[in-house]
Design a protein. Structure first.
Length: 178
């Protein structure tokens, strides 16, 4: 009888140990799966910069009455897994008009080269394929398929802000890309 009681006690202990080891194994496997699941879901749940965000590009004192001014757009460059803070995202051409400000991207709509400004001719120009643009962004000459890409601009508390966007190059219609 005593042997039987000891055998039953050993069986109970073995059963308990089997359950405890099984639960421990499940817990370890679940803990090991967390980083893998986080890696896969990270791009979906990561907070991304908003495309419609207004970006501060300078103060009104940086503008000139007689000619356009190129100002850098600074912000976080983000892709699916990486974030590079405080990077130059692009450049904006700003000019004063009688009724406010006008802003254009400094990327040529033809192939994406950087658009410059010629003070002597008072025109924007692309040095890569010799496209020329008027002060209003219109195409004067060259292979550019459309005018310079216009951006929304506003002044708040003495600071100039733009909604910076990038557009597809080499197409006639203005098509926004990420």
């Amino acid at each position: 009888m005593r042997r039987r009681i000891m055998a039953e006690t050993n069986q109970e202990r073995r059963g308990f140990l089997r359950i405890a080891i099984g639960l421990g194994g499940v817990a370890v496997a679940a803990l090991m799966a967390v980083p893998g699941v986080a890696l896969v879901l990270d791009p979906l749940i990561r907070r991304r910069p908003r495309h419609d965000a207004w970006r501060d590009i300078g103060d009104t004192g940086s503008l000139r009455d007689d000619q356009p001014v190129a100002l850098p757009v600074i912000g976080d460059r983000v892709d699916a897994w990486t974030r590079a803070p405080e990077q130059q995202l692009g450049t904006v051409w700003l000019r004063k008009k009688e009724d406010g400000l006008e802003a254009f991207t400094a990327e040529c709509p033809h192939l994406g080269c950087r658009i410059g400004y010629d003070r002597d001719t008072e025109k924007f120009f692309c040095p890569c394929h010799e496209s020329a643009f008027g002060l209003d962004g219109s195409v004067i000459s060259g292979p550019s398929p459309r005018p310079m890409d216009r951006l929304e601009v506003r002044v708040r508390e003495g600071k100039i802000e733009v909604r910076f966007r990038k557009y597809r190059t080499a197409v006639e219609e203005q098509e926004e890309i990420g």
